[in-house]
Design a protein around this ligand. Structure first.
Ligand code: NAD
Length: 483
C-alpha cells in the first residue's frame, strides 16, 4: 500500500462534533499506519478564537476519548501537525489568511501542493465555502480533493446549484460526497457476497427473488435536532442517500471490474432505468407517519423546535423498482424511522418458494445485518431430528469478536479512500441526481396532499412503526420479514 501521502488538509468546522468524534480519531489511526506521516498538516477552521495549542489539546482529547490505550508519544507527535485558524465562512480576508497559512505549511512539510478540503459544517455553508475556495484560489499546485458531508442539497435544484459551485474548482473525480453507510462493513460486503459466490450469483434475479426489504430503524427520537429535522424528514434524511446507495449495490449489474469508474458506471446504468413512482404508486405503496410519544417521551410535534402542526415524517416506507438489471421489476421495499423498538439496519432478500416433496418448507431468505451486528445469514431447511417434517436453521457468516474489535470506523475507511484517491464508496453526481429526481416526485406529491389532510398518521413509540406500513406490498403473500 502507498505510504506517507503528502498533503495539507483543511477542515471547515474544526471545532464541531463530527471533527471531534470521527475525523481526529480516524486521522490518528491513519497516521499510526503511516499513510499520512511526516509530510502532512491539518488546518482546523471554525468561528471560535482558539490558539494552535488549544486546538492541539482538543485533538488530543478527542483521541483519548476514542481509544482506550494510546502511545502518548504518538499522540504528541501527531498533534504537532495541527494548526488552527479562526474563520468566518463569509469573510473574504479569512480565506486569504487561510491560503497563506496553507502555503506556509506546504513549504514546511513538503506537501507538494496537495490539498484536501473537508466540509464538516452546516450544509447551508457548503456553497459559500466552495465559492470562496474558487474566488480566492485556495487550490494547491498538486492534487486537490474535496470531501462534502451530507446533505448535498435539499432537492434537485439546490443540489445542482451546490454542484455548480463546487465544480468551479474541482473535477467530478476529485469530489468525495460522503455517505457514511458506504463505509459500513456489511454494506461493503454486498458486492463480494453477490459477485464472488456462484451459489448466490445464480439466484440473484427476478426468477428467484420475490422482493427485497431494507429496514433502517432508530431507537432514538429527534432529540435536540428537531430544528434540522423539520427541514428534512425521514425521506430526505435517510432514503435519498443511505437507502438508495444500498439499493444500487443490491440491484446493479455486475461491474466489469471493481474499479471506481466501473462500479459507478454499473450504478449509473441501473439508475437510468429507475421507475419514478406515479401518484397511484404513491397512494398504494408509500406510507409516512410521525411518532406519537408516550407517558415518558414527547410526541414528535411536541419536541423542541418542531411546529405544533408539523407534517414532517419521522417514518417512511415505500417501494423502488427498476426496468433493467438482474432485479428488473422486483419490488424493493424500504422503511426507516425514529423511535423504533430497537436500533437495527438490515436487508432481507426474500426468495421465492419452489415446490418440494415435503409440502412445507421455509424460503431460503438471505439477511444482511448491517447494525448492530455485522453478519449475513441464510435460512436453510433440514429434517426435524425426532419427528417427520422440516426444520429451519440459519447458516451464519459473521465477524469474530476479535475482528469486530479491530474493525476500522467507517470514517477511517472513507478518509483512507480519499487520501488514496479511491472514490468507489462515494456518491457520484450521476447517482445523486437520480436520487433527487425520485425524492422530489414524492415530496411534491406530499406537499399537495398536505393541503388536504389534518395530520399525518401517528405511531406508538418503541414498536415497529405505523400499522399502515404493513399494507404497502404488491401482493397479499408479501409481509415484512423483520417484525
Ligand atoms: P457542529 O454544529 O457540531 O459543528 C459545526 C462547525 O461549524 C463548528 O466547528 C462551528 O464552529 C463551525 N461554524 C458554524 N458557523 C460558522 C461560521 N459562520 N463560520 C465559521 N465556522 C462556523 O456540526 P457537526 O455535527 O460536526 O456536523 C457537521 C457536518 O457533518 C454536517 O453537514 C452534518 O450533517 C455532517 N454529519 C455530522 C455527523 C455527526 O456525527 N456529528 C454525522 C454525519 C454527518
Amino acid at each position: 500500500m502507498a505510504k506517507n501521502i503528502p498533503a495539507i488538509m483543511i477542515i471547515f468546522g474544526g471545532s464541531g462534533d463530527l471533527a471531534h468524534r470521527k475525523l481526529y480519531p480516524s486521522l490518528f489511526n491513519l497516521y499510526r499506519q503511516n499513510l499520512i506521516h511526516d509530510n502532512f498538516a491539518v488546518i482546523g477552521t471554525a468561528r471560535r478564537p482558539w490558539s494552535h495549542e488549544y486546538f492541539r489539546e482538543q485533538v488530543s482529547d478527542a483521541i483519548h476519548e476514542f481509544f482506550d490505550e494510546v502511545d502518548e508519544n504518538d499522540v504528541k507527535n501527531f498533534c504537532t501537525h495541527f494548526y488552527y485558524q479562526s474563520h468566518d465562512v463569509t469573510s473574504v480576508e479569512h480565506y486569504v489568511t487561510l491560503k497563506e497559512l496553507a502555503q506556509e505549511l506546504d513549504d514546511r512539510y513538503s506537501a507538494q501542493g496537495n490539498r484536501l478540503f473537508y466540509m464538516a459544517m452546516a450544509p447551508k455553508f457548503f456553497g459559500t465555502i466552495a465559492t470562496h475556495i474558487n474566488d480566492q484560489k485556495l487550490v494547491g499546485s498538486g492534487f486537490n480533493r474535496i470531501v462534502v458531508e451530507k446533505p448535498f442539497g435539499r432537492d434537485l435544484a439546490t443540489a445542482e446549484e451546490l454542484n455548480r459551485q463546487i465544480t468551479a474548482s474541482f473535477d467530478e473525480e476529485d469530489i468525495f460526497r460522503i455517505d457514511h453507510y458506504l463505509g459500513k462493513e456489511m454494506v461493503q460486503n454486498i458486492m463480494p457476497l453477490r459477485f464472488s459466490n456462484p451459489l448466490i450469483k445464480s439466484i440473484w434475479n427476478s426468477d428467484h427473488i420475490k422482493n427485497i426489504q431494507i429496514t433502517l430503524a432508530e431507537r432514538l427520537g429527534v432529540e435536540a435536532r428537531g430544528g434540522y429535522y423539520e427541514t428534512s424528514g425521514a425521506l430526505r434524511d435517510m432514503v435519498q442517500n443511505h437507502i438508495f446507495q444500498i439499493i444500487t449495490l443490491l440491484a446493479m449489474d455486475e461491474p466489469k471490474d471493481i474499479s471506481s469508474s466501473s462500479v459507478h458506471q454499473a450504478k449509473k446504468e441501473l439508475l437510468d432505468s429507475l421507475v419514478i413512482p406515479s401518484e397511484e404508486d404513491l397512494k398504494k405503496h408509500f406510507v409516512r407517519a410521525q411518532y406519537a410519544g408516550s407517558d415518558t417521551t414527547f410526541a414528535y410535534r411536541n419536541e423542541p423546535n418542531v411546529a405544533e402542526d408539523s407534517k414532517t415524517e419521522t417514518f417512511v416506507a415505500g417501494e423502488v423498482k427498476f426496468q433493467k438489471g438482474p432485479l428488473k421489476d422486483v419490488p424493493i421495499y424500504f422503511r426507516t424511522g425514529k423511535e423504533f423498538r430497537e436500533k437495527m439496519s438490515r436487508i432481507d432478500i426474500v426468495l421465492k418458494h419452489s415446490s418440494n416433496p415435503y409440502g412445507f418448507a421455509h424460503s431460503n431468505n438471505i439477511t444482511i445485518e448491517i447494525d448492530p451486528k455485522s453478519r449475513i445469514y441464510i435460512t436453510l431447511n433440514g429434517k426435524k431430528i425426532s419427528e417427520p417434517g422440516i426444520r429451519r436453521e440459519d447458516l451464519v457468516y459473521g465477524l469474530t469478536d476479535q475482528e469486530l474489535a479491530q474493525l476500522p470506523d467507517g470514517y477511517e475507511k472513507l478518509l483512507r479512500d480519499v487520501i488514496l484517491n479511491d472514490s468507489t464508496n462515494f456518491t457520484h453526481w450521476s447517482e445523486l441526481k437520480r436520487f433527487w429526481e425520485y425524492i422530489d416526485t414524492i415530496e411534491d406529491y406530499w406537499t399537495k396532499e398536505n393541503a388536504e389532510i389534518e395530520e399525518l398518521p401517528q405511531y406508538a413509540p418503541y414498536r415497529m412503526g405505523p400499522k399502515e406500513a404493513n399494507h404497502i406490498f404488491e401482493s397479499p403473500t408479501e409481509r415484512w420479514i423483520y417484525e
